[in-house]
Design a protein around this ligand. Structure first.
Ligand SMILES: *[C@@H]1O[C@H](CO)[C@@H](O)[C@H](O)[C@H]1NC(C)=O
Ligand SMILES: *[C@@H]1O[C@H](CO)[C@@H](O)[C@H](O)[C@H]1NC(C)=O
Ligand SMILES: *[C@@H]1O[C@H](CO)[C@@H](O)[C@H](O)[C@H]1NC(C)=O
Ligand SMILES: *[C@@H]1O[C@H](CO)[C@@H](O)[C@H](O)[C@H]1NC(C)=O
Length: 299
């Protein structure tokens, strides 16, 4: 049992806390924390933060969407962020959260994507992941989620090392992209990547294959972000670190080269219940399946 505290003391404490948070300049601290690590790629006026600077809002209207990116590049590590997606009628709206070697769709880019495809009110969001190496993607998977991603924040993370790329939702690995041999052509591992996020309109393909169009009367569409966290090797030009294969970083160590036993159980559950589309099973599209499809995610 704790010490009894009079209600008056509690009120005074709350008042003091409020005063403290109101008087500490919102601009200084909040802008500070975002501006230290991120820059806005386009449409600054579609980007806002909460008063304490800890939550970021990206909005899409008929004019434009917007996006941000990290200032730093990283090679290998753990990248995580919490997102709360556009609620209500979000058909045609795509929130992307991804890593890429460049700001643009260049022909030699490597890219690891999470894309959240909006839907009509009450219809489920779909999460699409993809992997690009040297400009070539076409490695889509689509999953259902086991919760409504518009109701609350959930974490979406990527583990990237020379042996595997894992896509996580709330610490459940939903996708395993293996590298059997780290000289392999299909596995992005040479170039450092930035982390990006953006919101945009894709009603030509996103929802039910483009059948459901965006209802602009419902704009603006807003996605929220918080708790960015990175444990990764920061790339420094022109003398990059992150090139040693003998680093002591946990994400490069043996335990991070394959799924742990508990991750295997979670992943088995995902595979049984949540996969909507897997390019490695699409023999109509790929009569000869891409070489990485033969790799065993359980190894
Ligand atoms: C964020 O920015 C600060 C200040 O530049 C830097 O020290 C820190 O390493 C950055 N964090 C990440 C995760 O890149
Ligand atoms: C990457 O792709 C470009 C063409 O888009 C090609 O010219 C180049 O040889 C490729 N590089 C590697 C390492 O495969
Ligand atoms: C890995 O790739 C290199 C270069 O392509 C090749 O010489 C080697 O045999 C491969 N090793 C395995 C285990 O596949
Ligand atoms: C949207 O809802 C429909 C109907 O439930 C579903 O078939 C579809 O997979 C959902 N997601 C997308 C992105 O279309």
């Amino acid at each position: 049992m704790g010490r009894r505290v009079s209600p008056m003391v509690i009120l005074l404490c709350i008042a003091a806390l409020l005063a403290a948070s109101c008087s500490s300049s919102q601009a200084a601290q909040s802008q500070g924390s975002f501006a230290d690590n991120f820059s806005i790629m386009w449409s600054e006026n579609h980007f806002t933060t909460s008063a304490d600077g800890q939550i970021w809002y990206l909005s899409l209207d008929k004019e434009t969407g917007c996006g941000f990116q990290t200032k730093q590049k990283y090679r290998f590590g753990w990248f995580s962020m919490k997102l709360k997606l556009v609620g209500g009628d979000s058909a045609g709206v795509v929130t992307a959260y991804y890593m890429c070697t460049e700001n643009g769709a260049g022909p030699e880019r490597d890219e690891l994507d999470f894309e959240f495809l909006g839907n009509r009110t009450g219809q489920p969001y779909t999460i699409q992941t993809n992997v690009y190496k040297n400009g070539t993607g076409g490695r889509e998977m689509r999953h259902m989620l086991w919760f409504d991603p518009t109701e609350d924040f959930h974490s979406y993370s990527i583990l990237w090392n020379d042996h595997q790329i894992l896509f996580f939702v709330d610490h459940v690995p939903i996708r395993v992209y293996k590298n059997a041999n780290y000289t392999n052509d299909f596995f992005p591992n040479e170039k450092p990547m930035y982390l990006f996020s953006s919101i945009w309109n894709a009603d030509d393909w996103a929802t039910r294959g483009g059948l459901e169009k965006t209802d602009w009367k419902k704009a603006p569409f807003v996605s929220s972000y918080k708790d960015f966290s990175v444990e990764a090797c920061q790339w420094e030009d022109p003398y990059p670190a992150c090139v040693s294969t003998t680093t002591q970083n946990w994400w490069d160590q043996y335990d991070a080269w394959h799924l742990s036993d508990s991750q295997k159980m979670d992943f088995a559950w995902v595979e049984r219940n949540l996969v909507i589309y897997d390019y490695c099973k699409d023999t109509e599209r790929y009569p000869t399946l891409p070489v990485e499809c033969s790799l065993n995610p359980w190894d």
